[in-house]
Design a protein around this ligand. Structure first.
Ligand SMILES: O=C(CO)[C@H](O)[C@H](O)COP(=O)(O)O
Length: 220
């Protein structure tokens, strides 16, 4: 099976977690694109979606799924999203698609985070995938210096602007054995909007697709 077929298998497995009659939290990325396509098949059984990016919003609307503004919604039962890496404690690196801030906001108001991944995303220690940091443009050099002081090597994602009008620094060379501490530490750097570590609030359920099938793992 190709990696894309595995992503699709994980995405379709997430349909079992969608609560009928509800508004569904929807992430961003190629795995989530499969989820959106799958969700279209049950669009008459959900109220709609809250989206974490302009790209996902467009795809949802193209399928006739109503997209609600998150503001004013107190809680969503389920948020479905992919990850760039996920560890044994269900902490994740996200933001490969640059949507990390809105993803973290939608995840924060969701009762359950269902992570959909192909098996290549599961790692022992986070950090081989460069950690994305969304940065206010004027703070770019300051944030880069602070990240170097933490032992990382930040690189500007050239030609990329987030949906919020900010920049992304991808930080190479971090070995993240204590993701909660690193997530909180990076968030304290002035000029950082969000970092791509989802550890303080990690995934609750992992649907991990391998050639043998989709394995469901629950957070302890
Ligand atoms: O965090 C994300 C986007 O900001 C994605 O969930 C992550 O990059 C995984 O993407 P893909 O499903 O394309 O492998």
């Amino acid at each position: 099976m190709t990696q894309d077929e595995l992503k699709k298998a994980a995405a379709y497995a997430a349909l079992d977690h969608v609560v009928e009659g509800s508004i569904v939290g929807v992430g961003t990325g190629s795995t989530v694109n499969h989820f959106i396509d799958a969700l279209a098949g049950m669009r008459d059984r959900i109220r709609g979606a809250v989206s974490s990016s302009e790209a996902s919003t467009q795809r949802l609307r193209a399928h006739g799924i109503e997209v609600f503004d998150l503001d004013g919604i107190e809680s969503l039962p389920v948020y479905v999203d992919g990850a760039d890496e996920i560890d044994g404690g269900f902490a994740m690196i996200k933001g490969g698609g640059g949507a990390l801030t809105r993803e973290k906001i939608v995840a924060a108001v969701s009762e359950r985070f269902v992570c959909i991944c192909d098996a290549s995303k599961k790692v022992e220690v986070l950090g081989r995938f460069p950690l994305p940091i969304e940065v206010i443009p004027m703070a770019r050099s300051h944030v880069a210096r602070e990240l170097r002081a933490l032992g990382g090597e930040p690189r500007l994602r050239e030609g990329f602007v987030t949906d919020n009008g900010n920049l992304i620094l991808d930080v190479h060379g971090l070995s993240i054995t204590d993701p909660v501490t690193i997530e909180m530490r990076i968030n304290q750097i002035v000029g950082v909007v969000t970092n791509g570590l989802f550890a303080v609030r990690g995934a609750d359920v992992l649907l991990l697709a391998a050639p043998g099938g989709v394995q469901r793992l629950d957070a302890r």
